[in-house]
Design a protein around this ligand. Structure first.
Ligand SMILES: CC(C)(COP(=O)(O)OP(=O)(O)OC[C@H]1O[C@@H](n2cnc3c(N)ncnc32)[C@H](O)[C@@H]1OP(=O)(O)O)[C@@H](O)C(=O)NCCC(=O)NCCS
Length: 169
C-alpha cells in the first residue's frame, strides 16, 4: 500500500481523458476490462448526466473516482433522487480515506442540487463496497430491488408480496 497524505488529494470533475485510468482501476478491482462501455458512459458526461461525479488525483495520477447522476422524481419516486453508479479506488491506495473524501464531496454537490436521497445498488456478497456504504450512512431502503432472470423459466413460488392474499380478503 502506498501511504498518502489526504491533504494533497486533488478532487476534480470528470473528463473524457480519464477513460484509461477508470478502465485500469476497474480492471484491477474486478478483473474485467470494459473500455468501450466506459467510452460510451463518459459520452453521457457531455450531456451533463454525471452531475457531481468526481475524480481523485494524487500528483497528477488518477487514484479514484465516483460516478452517478440525478434523476428527478423518476420511477414515480417522490424525492429528488441521486444515484451512485460506481465508486472505485486504485488497489494500491485503498483504506486511506480516498473513497470517503470522494463521497463527501459528491454528497456536498448533491445537497447543493437539492437531492433528498441518494440510492445505490450493491451486491450482498460485496465485502468491499457494502461495509464502505454502510460506513457512509447508507441503510436498506423501503423499496425492494426486483429482478427477472430471462435465461430461466419464471419462478412459480417464492412470492415477494401478499397481493393475492389481500385480494382474497
Ligand atoms: C469500496 C472502496 C471504494 C473503498 O475505498 P477506500 O478508499 O479504500 O475507502 P476509505 O478508505 O475511504 O474507507 C472509508 C470507510 O469505509 C469502510 N471500508 C472501506 N473499505 C472497506 C473494506 N474493504 N472492508 C471493510 N470496511 C471498509 C471503513 O469503515 C472505512 O473507514 P475506516 O478506514 O475509518 O475504518 C474500494 O475498496 C474499492 O474501490 N473497491 C472496489 C469497488 C468496486 O468494485 N468498484 C467498481 C469498479 S472500480
Amino acid at each position: 500500500m502506498k501511504k498518502i497524505d489526504l491533504s494533497s488529494l486533488n478532487i476534480r470533475g470528470i473528463k473524457e481523458s480519464d477513460l484509461d485510468s477508470i478502465v485500469e482501476i476497474e480492471e484491477m478491482n474486478l478483473g474485467v476490462r470494459r473500455r468501450s462501455y466506459w467510452e460510451r458512459e463518459l459520452q453521457k458526461n457531455k450531456e451533463g448526466r454525471f452531475l457531481g461525479s468526481r475524480i481523485a488525483e494524487l500528483d497528477g495520477k488518477v487514484v479514484g473516482f465516483v460516478l452517478g447522476d440525478i434523476g428527478s422524481r423518476e420511477f414515480g419516486m417522490p424525492e429528488n433522487m441521486g444515484w451512485v453508479h460506481t465508486i472505485g479506488v486504485h488497489p494500491d491506495y485503498q483504506h486511506q480515506g480516498i473513497a470517503m473524501t470522494l463521497f463527501e464531496e459528491y454528497k456536498r454537490r448533491f445537497m447543493e442540487l437539492d437531492v433528498d436521497i441518494i440510492y445505490t445498488i450493491v451486491s450482498l456478497s460485496d465485502t468491499m463496497q457494502l461495509p464502505f456504504f454502510e460506513k457512509m450512512g447508507f441503510r436498506p431502503g423501503n423499496r425492494v430491488y426486483l429482478e427477472l432472470d430471462l435465461t430461466k423459466e419464471p419462478p412459480k413460488s417464492d412470492k415477494v408480496t401478499d397481493f393475492d392474499l389481500r385480494r382474497i380478503l
